[in-house]
Every structure is written in C-alpha cells, then in structure tokens.
Design a protein around this ligand. Structure first.
Ligand SMILES: C[S@@+](CC[C@H](N)C(=O)[O-])C[C@H]1O[C@@H](n2cnc3c(N)ncnc32)[C@H](O)[C@@H]1O
Length: 200
C-alpha cells in the first residue's frame, strides 16, 4: 500500500464551507488530490490510503483518512464519485465526533489530529515517510521500500513551523524535479514512479 498525506494550513475544518471551494481554504486543491489519489483511466486505485490534514478555521486540526480499498467500484453504496468529492469531504467533516476516530462510511474516518501526531504514529508502525520538496533528493536516486508514505503541501506549501517539527523526525526530503508543480501533479508523478517500480 502507498500512502499520501496532504497538508493544508487553511482548509476549513467544518462541513459548512459552501460552494466556493477556493474560498474554503482552497478546498478545490484537496478535491484534486482526492481524484489524483484514487482515479486513473478505466481503473480505480485500491492500494492507496490518503490522509487530508486540515488546519484552517474553525476547529483545527482535522485528519480525514480515506481508504476506499477493495470496496471501490464493487459496492456502489460506498463507491467514491469523482463528481462529488467536495460533498464527500463535507460529509466527513460534518460527521466529526470529539474524542474518537469516527468511521463515517467504511474506509473513511475523521478525527482531531495534527500532522506531527499522524506522522509519529506511522513512524512508530515502522513506515518509511518522505516529504515532497523541490529541494530534496531526486526521487529517481532513492530506494523506496514497501508501504511508503509521502507528505505534500497545498499551494502555500508546508508552513515553516510544521517543517521545523517534521525535520526533527526521521523523514527524508525528496524531489520530483526542478520545477515547482501543483500538489496534485506532484502526486501523479510519484504514483507513476511507484507504478513503474512495481510498488503497490
Ligand atoms: C504548489 S507546491 C507549493 C508551493 C509553495 N509556494 C512552496 O513554496 O512550497 C505544492 C506541493 O507540491 C510539492 N511539490 C511541488 N513541486 C515539487 C517538486 N519539484 N518536488 C517535490 N515536491 C514538489 C510540495 O510538497 C509542495 O508543498
């Protein structure tokens, strides 16, 4: 399995963010990320787990975990739809319950947790975590094991204070090239690299 963590410092943390996704802390970018995480032409990726960490108002932080897994495309009740990703995010945010990791629908959870705690848990589980950064080591030069985790920022990138805290953890910075790409483009490049290496 491959995992991605998308961090947004401004994305809204309740479901009442209306229809203007750009004004909801660039929820439009979070929606693109969801689409790029799970959809390819004529196929749905069932070995991807996506973590959305939203740190915007009014009740930050929120950690949404999406792992549609094998139910994807098979169980129409829980099928993810490209057409209403914003609706899915809203639903998950509305169903947040204090004190628990709430499984809103099979494979989709929400809880109150920030990026450092999410990453620390992964490191404790022995997962290899990378942060995607233009100035990092070239992805083509590095070894990637099974079950890798990749952290991406939104249009503003990962804020300095979070980067400082992440730096203290065992995380390697990796780059997909010298251009600054959109977060969703970066994710697609990484997915392609893993596909080509045969890493699920
Ligand atoms: C639009 S970029 C962020 C731009 C932001 N102004 C900054 O300086 O970080 C969105 C995210 O995509 C990832 N990214 C973009 N280009 C990349 C590259 N060449 N290599 C690795 N990651 C990249 C980073 O994680 C970044 O936070």
């Amino acid at each position: 399995m491959r995992e991605f963590i998308y961090y947004s410092e401004r994305a809204r943390t309740t479901g009442n963010f209306g229809d203007d996704l750009m004004k909801a802390g660039r929820m439009d970018i979070a929606c693109q990320i969801v689409i790029m995480a799970f959809f390819i032409s004529h196929k749905i990726r069932n070995s991807v787990k996506l973590h959305l960490i939203f740190n915007g108002p009014p009740d930050s932080p929120k950690h949404i975990e999406m792992f549609p897994g094998k139910a994807l495309g098979e169980d129409s009740d829980h099928d993810i739809s490209k057409k209403d990703v914003a609706g899915l995010i809203k639903k998950l945010l509305y169903k947040y319950k204090p004190g628990i990791k709430n499984e809103v629908i099979p494979g989709y959870h929400i809880e109150k947790k920030g990026i450092i705690d999410v990453v620390n848990e992964m490191l404790d589980e022995g997962k290899e975590v990378f942060i995607l950064d233009k100035k990092g080591e070239d992805i083509r030069e590095i070894k990637i094991g099974k079950n890798p985790v990749f952290i991406l920022g939104d249009h503003d990138g990962i804020p300095r204070f979070e980067l400082k805290r992440l730096k203290k953890l065992d995380i390697k910075k990796i780059s997909v090239g010298n251009e600054m790409y959109f977060a969703s483009q970066t994710m697609t490049i990484v997915q392609n690299e893993l596909d080509r290496r045969g890493i699920e």
